[in-house]
Design a protein around this ligand. Structure first.
Ligand code: NAP
Length: 289
C-alpha cells in the first residue's frame, strides 16, 4: 500500500497572532512602568503601490497592540539631503521610539546611505550597519524582520537547524545575507543562490530546508526539492491569480514535509517580528533618555 502524504502547511496568521498577544501584554506592562505610549514613524517617499498593503497591515498590527504609528510622507522627487535631515530630526525626537523607511524608495535615493542615517537604537528593521554587524557576529539584537520571521517559523515548528543543509534563494541585504548569518549562528550549513547561480536545481534539490525569496512565481517546482524537504516561501508577487510566492504550491505540497503558503505564511510573521523589534527600540529610547 502506498500512503500519499502532503506537506504540513504552516499557518503564519496563527503564529503572528500568538506573537501579537504576547506583545500586547508586554506593552501594557511597559506603559505602566514608564507611562509613555510607544510611537514609531515611517518615512514614505513616493507612491509605490506594492508597499501600501504592507504599510496598512503593519499600521493595523501596531494599533492592535497599543503602538502609535505615524507617517512622514514625501513626494517621489524629494532630495536625498531633505530625507537625511528628516531622519536626523526623528533620531533626536524623544517622542519617536522607532524609525522605518518604507521600501522600495525611488532610484535617486540610496538605500544603503539611508539605512546608515537611522540611529541604531531606533532602527526597527535592523538594517543599520551596526545592527547588521551584530547579527553577523552572533550578537543578535535588532535583527531584520523577514529573516527573523523565517527563523521564528522554523523554531515554532521545532525544526533543528544544527547540521542541516539549508539553501537560500536570495542574496539581498534585507533577506538572504542576514538570514544566512542567523542560520550559520545556529550551525547550519548554508548555501546562497541568486540570479547568477548556474544550476539552481543542483543546489536546491539537496536542501533539507529550502528558503526562497526571488519574487519569481513558480520558480520552485517539485524538481527543485528533495522528498520531505522543508520549504519556506518568502516571495511575494502580484499575479493574475492573486498574491503568490516563488513556489509552485499545489505540486510542491505533495513532495515537501512542511511548506509555508503565500499569502498567510512568512508575511504576517514578518509584521509580528517588526512589533517585537519595536518593543526593543522603545526600551532603548526610554532607558537611554
Ligand atoms: N514575506 C515577507 O515578509 C517579505 C518581506 C520582504 C520581501 N519579500 C519578498 O521577497 C522577495 C525578495 O525581496 P527582496 O527585497 O530581497 O528582493 P530583491 O532584492 O529583488 O532580491 C531578490 C533575490 O532573488 C534573486 N533572484 C531573482 N530571480 C532569481 C532567479 N530566477 N533565480 C535565482 N535567484 C533569483 C536575486 O538575485 P540578484 O540580486 O542577483 O538579481 C536576489 O538575490 C520579493 O518577492 C519580496 O516581495 C517578502
Amino acid at each position: 500500500m502506498v500512503i500519499e502524504m502532503t506537506a504540513m502547511i504552516v499557518n503564519g496568521n496563527e503564529i503572528a497572532k500568538e506573537i501579537r498577544k504576547k506583545i500586547f501584554k508586554d506593552i501594557i506592562q511597559l506603559k505602566k512602568k514608564y507611562n509613555i505610549t510607544p510611537m514609531i514613524t515611517t518615512v514614505i517617499v513616493g507612491n509605490d503601490s506594492s508597499s501600501k498593503l504592507y504599510l496598512k497591515l503593519r499600521d493595523n498590527a501596531c494599533k492592535e497592540v497599543g503602538i502609535i504609528s505615524k507617517h512622514c510622507e514625501f513626494d517621489a522627487k524629494i532630495s536625498e539631503q531633505k530625507i537625511f535631515q528628516t531622519i536626523q530630526k526623528l533620531n533626536v525626537d524623544n517622542s519617536v521610539h522607532g524609525i522605518l523607511i518604507q521600501y522600495p524608495v525611488p532610484k535617486h535615493l540610496s538605500q544603503e546611505k539611508l539605512i546608515q542615517v537611522i540611529d541604531q537604537q531606533k532602527d526597527i528593521e535592523g538594517f543599520n550597519p551596526v545592527n547588521l554587524g551584530r547579527t553577523l557576529i552572533g550578537d543578535e539584537y535588532l535583527v531584520p524582520c523577514t529573516p527573523l520571521s523565517v527563523l521564528t517559523i522554523l523554531e515554532h515548528e521545532h525544526i533543528t537547524l544544527k547540521g542541516k543543509d539549508i539553501v537560500i534563494v536570495n542574496h539581498s541585504n534585507v533577506v538572504g545575507k542576514p538570514l544566512a548569518a542567523l542560520l550559520l549562528n545556529r550551525n547550519a550549513t548554508v548555501v546562497i543562490c541568486h540570479v547568477f547561480t548556474k544550476n539552481l536545481k543542483q543546489y536546491t534539490s539537496k536542501a533539507d530546508i529550502l528558503i526562497t525569496g526571488a519574487g519569481v512565481p513558480k520558480l520552485i517546482t517539485t524538481d527543485h526539492i528533495k522528498d520531505n524537504a522543508i520549504v519556506i516561501d518568502v516571495g511575494i508577487v502580484e499575479t493574475k491569480e492573486g498574491i503568490r510566492g516563488d513556489v509552485d504550491f499545489d505540486s510542491v505540497k505533495e513532495k515537501a514535509a512542511i511548506l509555508t503558503p503565500v499569502p498567510g505564511g512568512v508575511g504576517p510573521v514578518t509584521i509580528a517580528c517588526a512589533l517585537k523589534n519595536i518593543v526593543k527600540t522603545y526600551k532603548n529610547c526610554i532607558e537611554n533618555m
